[in-house]
Write a protein that binds this ligand. Structure first.
Ligand SMILES: *[C@@H]1O[C@H](CO)[C@@H](O)[C@H](O)[C@H]1NC(C)=O
Ligand SMILES: *[C@@H]1O[C@H](CO)[C@@H](O)[C@H](O)[C@H]1NC(C)=O
Length: 185
């Protein structure tokens, strides 16, 4: 049971472990840049690597990322939700600018403790990426994301979704929304 559970591990920490040897130099390099030991290979490759290595599925994912506002102010708290027509086991979620910079900060609620964890994918150390720690099957997962104070412009959430041990998508994106200082309301 314990071994089976371990073999099924799809946690953040295991992202990238399968290729650690192959990219040891690279990883060491990055650990250097991230002394807190964030699992940076999954950030860099945006991929939940595990053995046996599988390519992401390129079909339209049976998942969606919902945001509820078209325009928010800098520093606004933005609800965001992952929905599945099929259950999923794992995910990574982050917000990117039009330049592809990972921005903002996920804020955990009490109910999130032990279920999800935060990562620093950008060098800003702002807890800009959230991923699962629980490997149960789920169809809905909600989050709160704090918009950056120093960016105005378009934001898109993107996610890697792990269906199970052999199937994952990394082409899931939300509809774009804007961060704007002057919001009429
Ligand atoms: C992310 O960066 C912040 C600021 O440097 C640090 O306090 C935090 O421990 C880091 N978190 C992780 C998971 O690496
Ligand atoms: C993974 O999910 C797909 C699609 O639902 C299914 O066909 C496949 O049998 C599953 N594989 C495993 C190892 O559970």
């Amino acid at each position: 049971m314990k071994n089976a559970a371990r073999a099924n591990r799809l946690s953040c920490e295991s992202f990238g472990l399968a290729v650690v040897l192959a990219v040891l130099a690279l990883v060491l390099n990055q650990l250097d840049a991230y002394p807190d030991g964030a699992p940076v290979s999954s950030c860099k490759y945006w991929s939940p690597w595990h053995e046996p290595y599988t390519e992401p599925v390129s079909s339209i994912p049976p998942y969606s990322i919902k945001t509820y506002m078209d325009v928010v102010r800098p520093n606004a708290l933005v609800p965001v939700c992952l929905f599945g027509q099929e259950p999923f086991k794992g995910f990574m979620l982050q917000a990117i600018t039009t330049d592809g910079d990972v921005v903002g900060t996920f804020e955990l609620r009490d109910q999130d403790k032990g279920r999800v964890q935060l990562m620093n994918c950008s060098t800003m150390g702002t807890m800009d990426t959230v991923c699962h720690t629980e490997k149960n099957h789920k169809k809905v997962q909600s989050f709160r994301w704090r918009a950056p104070t120093d960016y105005e412009g378009q934001i898109v959430f993107r996610a890697v979704i792990v269906r199970n041990y052999s199937i994952f998508w990394r082409n899931l994106e939300s509809l774009p929304f804007q961060i704007k200082l002057d919001v009429d309301n």
